[in-house]
Design a protein around this ligand. Structure first.
Ligand SMILES: C[C@H](N)C(=O)N[C@@H](Cc1c[nH]cn1)C(=O)O
Ligand SMILES: [Zn+2]
Ligand SMILES: [Zn+2]
Length: 523
């Protein structure tokens, strides 16, 4: 059950000076991207792990081509979790990760998860791995996912989605590059660069990589709960790299996620698809009913029309109210990522609040409906509408599902249709809000300054990672989100990419974070 959120002012917790933005026009000091040297960074560089980190950073630069090659191999495996036909590729991707980890010296298990909910289809295995088992060191548990969203060139991609295309300007296009194959490989690359540099790995690393995140993490919650005090028992903290910066220049650390309840509405009536010339005007059409029901869920300005949803949302506290102004985010950044100016709000604060702390309802598609180019005059016999609600504190999954069911059934009843309707949740994942006032976040903030030369923003995320709260509750440890990619990466969209700069500096960041973790006093 979600807890009442902490609305702290995290941007003020670890930073006494105003964060400075870096821009691409600042001169680079070295081949790697570390332009600003603040006093804080000088202090970190003078600290005892500085020489090791410099050696590590150099190795990451030296190995950068082979790290891109590893990403190319991973992107080439179309591990789409939502398509049954792609399930063997998802399994192959898990095996690829396991093989790479074994080559690096990790001990690895491929854990089966049984059947996918309501199907006879085997779930892809979870890759559990351990690198290092030194009782004198801290242990960090990292999570990521090796499945991806669907992608077809015909969706509008400029290049083949499962071929990694590296452009001259450093943009690396390919499905999963930023979500989440680049960040997952970041951990493996960090291990390899330490080995190559001959630098002692600063912590024990536990790894949990799943293949069903984009489909609601089916099966993983039970495994995490079972292993919380077994395989994950040594974990001192958890780190997840599976979200994005708010813009393109300012790194961030993330302490909150929205949840996601994903629904299907099935409407059926006729025994088969029909000729609209023969049956149009004589049969009640499932698609007509579905469109009318779906159009009653949300309005053009994103207002959710289901009674009882807004009432569940936690009120704004005075502390939270002052939080948004300090975040490095502009509407121009949003317009760039959106590719248009069709935003609901004109200003930064309501926009950030809409993404982080209010629920949203999105319509995704209709299964069974005609969607190809051309003009087919069919009446579909059965259609399934798909929509999701991003949930926030203090919304409850079961209560939200019940409100949706009552409302959809009521709207359909008022249509007076002789067709039939069924509405049900496909998968649901909890929202999560944590305290960034913890050594886990301090270590990540120092690593960010060291690598990127700027203090990170402390942000929440509009997306969902369904098992984040489960990790927190099963291990009882602090969870940190440490993103690698930027706002323009286009995760889930066509032309998904990861900038080479974010990949290579991101690998440095993950390694540096582990070094700072090793130095942090417990709190
Ligand atoms: C933020 C993360 N990289 C991500 O994309 N998560 C998905 C997870 C999901 C899919 N269905 C429900 N949750 C997302 O936010 O859509
Ligand atoms: Zn992801
Ligand atoms: Zn995703």
């Amino acid at each position: 059950m979600p807890r009442t959120p902490l609305f702290l002012s995290p941007n003020r917790l670890l930073s006494s000076t105003k964060p400075r933005l870096q821009t691409r026009t600042q001169p680079e000091r070295a081949p790697s991207f570390r332009p600003y040297l603040t006093d804080a960074i000088r202090a970190h560089q003078a600290s005892k792990m500085a020489p090791q980190l410099d050696g590590y950073f150099q190795q990451v630069d030296t190995l950068s081509d082979s790290f891109i090659e590893r990403l190319r191999q991973a992107v080439a495996i179309p591990s789409v979790s939502s398509e049954a036909a792609r399930r063997p590729d998802v399994v192959r991707m898990g095996q690829f990760l396991a093989d790479e980890l074994i080559k690096l010296g990790a001990s690895v298990e491929l854990r089966p998860l049984g059947k996918q909910d309501g199907t006879d289809l085997d779930l892809p295995p979870v890759v559990l791995a351990r690198y290092g088992n030194d009782k004198k060191k801290r242990t960090i548990l990292v999570y990521g996912h090796y499945d991806v969203q669907p992608a077809e060139k015909s969706d509008g991609w400029d290049t083949e989605p499962f071929d990694l295309i590296v452009k001259e300007d450093g943009r690396m296009f390919g499905r999963g590059s930023t979500d989440d194959k680049g960040p997952v490989l970041g951990w493996l690359n960090a291990i390899e660069a330490h080995k190559a540099a001959g630098i002692d790995f600063p912590v024990n690393l536990l790894m949990c990589f799943e293949g069903m995140e984009e489909y609601g993490s089916d099966g993983l919650e039970d495994l995490i709960n079972q292993e919380g005090k077994k395989y994950f028992a040594d974990a001192d903290a958890v780190c997840i790299s599976d979200n994005y910066w708010l813009g393109t220049e300012k790194p961030c650390l993330t302490y909150g996620l929205r949840g996601c309840n994903y629904y299907s509405i099935e409407v059926w009536g006729p025994g088969a698809d029909l000729h609209s010339g023969v049956f149009g005007g004589t049969a009640q059409e499932p698609m007509t009913d579905l469109v009318r029901v779906m159009s009653s869920l949300v309005d053009t300005d994103g207002k959710i029309l289901i009674p009882g949803i807004a009432e569940q949302v936690a009120p704004i506290t005075a502390d939270e109210d002052g939080l948004y102004d300090n975040i490095a985010f502009t509407m121009d950044t949003l317009h760039e990522a959106l590719g248009s100016k069709t935003t609901i709000f004109q200003d930064k604060k309501p926009t950030l609040m809409a993404r982080w702390r209010y629920p949203s309802l999105s319509l995704h598609g209709v299964e069974g409906a005609f969607s190809a180019p051309g003009a087919k005059t069919v009446i579909p016999a059965k259609v399934i509408g798909k929509f999701s609600i991003r949930t926030v504190p203090n919304m409850e999954i079961d209560k939200t599902n019940e409100l949706v069911r009552l409302y959809v059934e009521d709207v359909f009843k008022k249509l007076g249709s002789k067709n039939s309707l069924k509405v049900y949740p496909q998968h649901c994942g909890n929202w999560w809000v944590a305290s960034p006032n913890h050594w886990n976040f301090s270590a990540a903030a120092k690593a960010t300054e060291r690598v990127w030369g700027v203090k990170p923003d402390f942000t929440r995320e509009g997306g969902s990672i369904p098992v984040t709260l489960t990790f927190e509750q099963a291990t009882g440890k602090n969870v940190l989100l440490l993103p690698m990619g930027s706002s323009t990466d286009g995760a889930h969209s066509i032309n998904e990419k990861l900038d080479k700069r974010n990949y290579i500096e991101g690998i440095k960041l993950l390694g540096a974070y582990l070094h700072y973790v090793a130095e942090e006093p417990m709190n």
